[in-house]
Design a protein around this ligand. Structure first.
Ligand code: BES
Ligand code: MN
Ligand code: ZN
Length: 492
């Protein structure tokens, strides 16, 4: 269940609510705008302010209990008034949503602050942020007694109705639903989230939004010659799938194709990974989840564009039927791949999907994947890496990322790096060794994207987090749903 966000024009001091979220900019004393609310709270807000416990700094918050119809006020710091932007509003909304969820209220109200942010952008940021902060996965735990309610809805309290703000909230809500879908898929363990399971979830998205769905199973993959996907999946009892979701909202225009790596568990195969931290590899389908969540957002937005989601999905396991180092695989494209390391499996899946994408004569192809450990070394958890063949496309993705608060940093695909994936016996080999590991992975993909207007995003460092934040719980981040949505919306 995603928390729904609605709008109400009201004076905050007159509300009846279990929790009122009040974002405020940094100031030395209680802002005048909060005087009526402070009176309704019997002066408790001024008291917190005067105590010095709270001053409105970014990520600062203070919970104040009331005796009247407002049971609690949570003050949320927005920082310096001159620097408040849509990202700051989103961040405060996330922090508020998270606290509302941990306190255990089913509903809350959020006072929309006056800010220089354009109304549509503000509404969108708040509608994205509140459900994002409230997201939590508890389905596999025993329910607590008495059960804590989920945060089901939040009212945005505004001074007066504004159509631009309303349109922004509608956009943000669609994107938030996509993000929640992505995180729900990411968090599921690999015993549940198999390639077939992803295909079923894609089927639900398709029927909700009238999209076309094609799922290739093992036999169909054989028929189509998608031997790279088959090779990765051949060691697992959970057979591979290739999922194709088509949203046709743009008539005869060339589509945007989004491709997401869907490795439901990456044990590394015969080139097995170390035991420590291997459980994190349930997240190796985060690219697939981002694409499916974006398709959900696209459906809800009713986007007047053609968007195609491709998800090559397999489980990379160790068994007597698993593919081996040294094997040579004939890809869908026709190029042969020498497998030097079975743990470089994501690029094999993506190679077949990129080759498949050619049939659409797409305007742009963007793939995303938890592809390399090297990107975590290079950029940490603060940005995803982007690279590709089309400068304008990369620029548009970077700009969408800035707007979305999901940063990208470009890595070069210079010809020098091509040397590193030359194979002695096949057309290409699947690893270039440790140096420039994220770039050689990108170059491998380029061999299959060829002349397509293509970009690749490596989200190995951004798809999940092992640290609890003010804005979100530890675990899946749903990264790229906001970025892809902004990217698609900006195309007009
Ligand atoms: N799924 C991993 C990459 C990964 C690492 C994702 C850390 C998230 C966090 C990928 O399939 C992989 O194993 N890559 C190898 C490639 C190497 C064998 C060339 C890597 O990065 O070590
Ligand atoms: Mn791997
Ligand atoms: Zn992997």
């Amino acid at each position: 269940m995603t928390c729904t966000v609605s709008i109400r024009a009201a004076d905050p001091s007159t509300l009846t609510t279990p929790l009122l979220l009040v974002p405020v900019t940094a100031a030395g004393r209680l802002p005048d705008s909060l005087a009526a609310l402070d009176a309704a709270m019997s002066g408790a807000l001024a008291a917190v302010w005067n105590s010095g416990d709270f001053g409105g700094k970014v990520d600062e918050s203070a919970l104040v209990h009331g005796a009247g119809s407002i049971a609690r006020v949570l003050l949320l710091g927005l920082g310096d008034a001159a620097k408040v932007d849509a990202g700051g509003l989103r961040r405060a909304a996330m922090a508020g949503g998270k606290r509302a969820r941990t306190i255990g209220v089913a509903t809350a109200a959020f006072v929309v602050p006056t800010s220089p942010v354009e109304a549509g952008r503000a509404g969108q940021a708040l509608a994205e942020g509140l459900p994002y902060g409230a997201w939590y996965y508890g389905a596999l735990k025993r329910p607590v007694d008495p059960p804590k309610p989920e945060l089901a809805s939040v009212e945005l309290i505004v001074a007066a109705a504004d159509p631009a703000f309303e349109a922004g909230v509608a956009r943000g809500s669609a994107i938030a639903a996509g993000q929640a879908l992505t995180r729900d898929l990411q968090v599921l363990p690999a015993d549940t989230c198999t390639p077939a399971f992803l295909a079923e979830r894609a089927g639900e998205i398709a029927s909700r939004h009238g999209m076309a769905l094609t799922v290739l199973d093992r036999a169909a993959l054989e028929q189509e010659g998608m031997h790279a996907i088959l090779a990765v999946g051949q060691g697992s009892a959970n057979e591979p799938r290739f999922i194709v979701l088509e949203h046709r909202g743009g008539g005869s225009e060339a589509p945007v194709v989004l491709v997401g790596k869907g490795v439901t568990f990456d044990a590394g195969g015969i080139s097995i990974k170390p035991a420590a931290g291997m459980e994190e590899m349930k997240y190796d389908m985060s690219g697939a989840a981002a694409v499916l969540g974006t398709m959900e957002a696209v459906g809800r937005l009713g986007l007047a564009r053609n968007v195609i989601g491709l998800v090559p999905s397999a489980e990379n396991m160790v068994s007597g039927t698993a593919y081996r180092p040294g094997d040579v695989v004939r890809s869908h494209h026709g190029k042969t791949i020498e497998v030097l390391n079975t743990d470089a499996e994501g690029r094999l899946l993506l190679a077949d999907a990129l080759s498949w994408a050619r049939r659409y004569e797409p305007a742009a192809v963007v793939d995303c994947a938890t592809l390399t450990g090297a990107v975590v070394i290079g950029l940490g958890h603060s940005a995803s890496a982007v690279m590709g063949t089309e400068p304008g496309l990369i620029e548009a993705l970077i700009a969408a990322g800035e707007t979305a608060g999901e940063r990208l940093w470009q890595l070069p695909l210079w010809d020098d790096y091509r040397e590193l994936i030359k194979s002695d016996i096949a057309d290409v080999k699947n690893t270039g060794g440790r140096p420039a590991g994220s770039i050689t992975a990108g170059w491998f993909l380029r061999e299959f994207a060829e002349t397509l207007p293509w970009a690749h995003i490596d989200i190995a460092g951004t798809a999940y987090t092992d640290r609890e934040r003010a804005t979100h719980v530890k675990g899946p981040t749903g990264v790229l749903v906001r970025l892809f949505s902004e990217f698609l919306l900006a195309r007009g």
